[in-house]
Design a protein around this ligand. Sequence first.
Ligand code: UTP
Length: 288
Amino acid sequence: MIKKAVIPAAGYGTRFLPITKALPKELLPIIDRPTIEYIVNEAIEAGITDILLIVSSNKNAIIDYFDYNIELESILLSKNKVEEYKLVRNIAQNVNIHYIRQREQLGLGHAVLQAEAFVGNEPFAVLLGDDMYVGKDQPAIKQLMDAYDVVQSSVLGTMEVELKNTSKYGICTPKSDAVKPYVELKGVVEKPKVEEAPSRSAIGGRYILTPGIFKLLKNQERGAGNEIQLTDAILRLMATEKVYAYDIIGKRYDVGNKVDYIEAILDFGLKKDEIKEDLQKLINRKAK
Ligand code: UTP
């Protein structure tokens, strides 16, 4: 049973500068809740009991968000604002959230390595702090946890992307006899040139990994972007263990990308009772 999840959230968020100078990308609001709360909730819904958030020195606001704020709560109660009190009190219940700082931003692989002591010797989930999913029927990470139960090996959550976008992702090479839904891989490459992409199957920010990844991350050389890449260590893992790709069924938003971020706000807004009608009218007006 997979019970632990790691959420790397220590990156610089350069695509969203200058706001990310002061506000962590993971706290960019989807109206009134930060993106990372949706990701934490996805893990909770999947049955994860312990989450390690990987943060950096200027991300303390993330830790504050998931903590109680006794002063605010008592002020709300003294003003009889019980609903507002519940809103701030009931964030991320029923899960233990742990934190560790990645002291240098050397890449996603290096971020995941910080989770070694937390994870121990069991398989674990990784959810990137800027990828939001609305899974069909099941949360995205639960789909991968169920796939792990079948294959008992590492599973990468994938999706088909357009060829021109392959250079933005880790791209999978399936074995020639692989069949969906559990696609055994023979390779994976981080951000290949479009003309060198081995397929259009891209890793979309969700992973189940076996603890064997840690000894590889420890001596992983820098790769694409001069960063220590998780994808490169996963490729080396394939020398000793099977690694599978599994297509996540659902809608993904790369919140580090501005248009995806706006789409997430619109889609979530259209599900919010108190604004959905007015928002739909606004969208119709703008579309004209
Ligand atoms: P990204 O490359 O999308 O995030 O990394 P970034 O570096 O913050 O953003 P841009 O590209 O500069 O706009 C994917 C995930 O890995 C985390 C990020 O926080 C994000 O959740 N990450 C990346 C780390 O935790 N540490 C790192 O050293 C690098």
